[in-house]
Design a protein around this ligand. Structure first.
Ligand SMILES: *Cc1c(COP(=O)(O)O)cnc(C)c1O
Length: 322
């Protein structure tokens, strides 16, 4: 395990070149209301406005761009019910690579439709009786396809790090930076950029309170596995950090914080009504944690990574109405 070669900021910089012209350079938004509430300068990096609606396009496109001729011909396989599936399907389409996405039988219709719409070949499996990783490995072996995991891959981590790189290059050094945490691809990539471009910045990963495996792992020093947590933050329902993401997070992150589902809903409502931003529950993790800590942020320059905006509008409304 200690033979793993971890990605570095050079890999993030190389990823930025590969995705240039394909990924959006997403806007950084500020709000007078938020700045007044915090007594600080807060910069929101809006990956909810990224292609396919989340930062995951960056990592997927970077990983697929590195395929050799043989890999391009045989295609990519991924398993996901969420944003990674759409990111792989869209990246594969743009690069002319066949994509097979393994999704659970009860995946939201909207996500299945979106993935098919990007040209992905969707294989449905039964969440309760079949093992998606086995299906993925079988497909990879039989057809020579390359499996790209949602977070624990050096090229995925490097791609995800480009969002933080853009943010810091645009607004300058930060004092504190809040980043959503699931399996840790986004946080690890953000850490590489932050340590190179804004070394003194306090960097925080943020998880749903119900699924604080990352916090336990960070604080104990080894990867803790948990049951799939019950939370509205479906992009952070991961059970453990990865073999690549954990050592980077442990080395470069200052702490891992948690927020409740109720705090996420409050931020979703605030962002929609005051900032005109549609953010999915997971996308609000960073904002919610920054808000909890605002009394410690007076006079500081604060970055908030808004990771995604893919939420069914009816679900958005019912979450806010509850
Ligand atoms: C995947 C995802 C996350 C978590 O990213 P990791 O790299 O797994 O930590 C956060 N927010 C959104 C919107 C996501 O899709």
């Amino acid at each position: 395990m200690n033979t793993l070669t971890l990605p570095t900021f050079d890999d993030v910089a190389a990823a930025a070149v590969r995705i240039n012209g394909y990924a959006h350079k997403t806007p950084v938004i500020t709000s007078r209301t938020v700045n007044e509430e915090f007594g600080a300068e807060v910069f929101f990096k809006c990956e909810n406005l990224q292609r396919m609606g989340a930062f995951k396009f960056r990592g997927a496109f970077n990983a697929l761009s590195k395929f050799d001729t043989q890999q391009r011909k045989a295609g990519v396989v991924a398993f996901s019910s969420g944003n990674h599936a759409q990111a792989i399907a869209l990246s594969a389409k743009l690069l002319g690579i066949p994509a097979t996405i393994i999704m659970p039988h009860d995946a939201p219709e909207m996500k299945v439709t979106a993935t098919k719409g990007y040209g992905g070949n969707v294989v449905i499996y039964d969440r309760y009786t079949e093992d998606r990783e086995q299906i993925g490995r079988d497909l990879a072996q039989k057809h020579g396809m390359t499996l790209i995991p949602p977070f624990d891959h050096p090229d995925v981590i490097a791609g995800q790090g480009t969002a933080a790189k853009e943010l810091i290059e645009e607004v300058g050094a930060l004092d504190a930076f809040f980043v959503p945490l699931g399996g840790g691809g986004l946080l690890a990539g953000s850490a590489l950029s932050t340590r190179s471009l804004s070394a003194g910045c306090k960097l925080y990963g943020v998880e749903p309170e119900a699924g604080n495996d990352g916090q336990q792992s960070f604080r104990s020093g080894s990867i803790i596995h948990i049951e799939t947590p019950k939370t509205i933050a479906d992009g952070a329902q991961t059970q453990h950090l990865g073999n690549y993401t954990f050592p980077i997070i442990r080395r470069d992150v200052d702490d891992v914080l948690t927020v409740t589902d109720a705090q996420l809903v409050e931020c979703m409502g605030f962002a929609a009504s005051r900032m005109k931003l549609l953010i999915e529950p997971t996308g609000c993790l960073g904002f919610a944690a920054a808000r909890q800590m605002k009394s410690h942020l007076h006079g500081k320059r604060v970055g908030v990574l808004v990771s995604g905006g893919n939420v069914d509008i009816a679900r958005f409304c019912s979450l806010l109405a509850a």
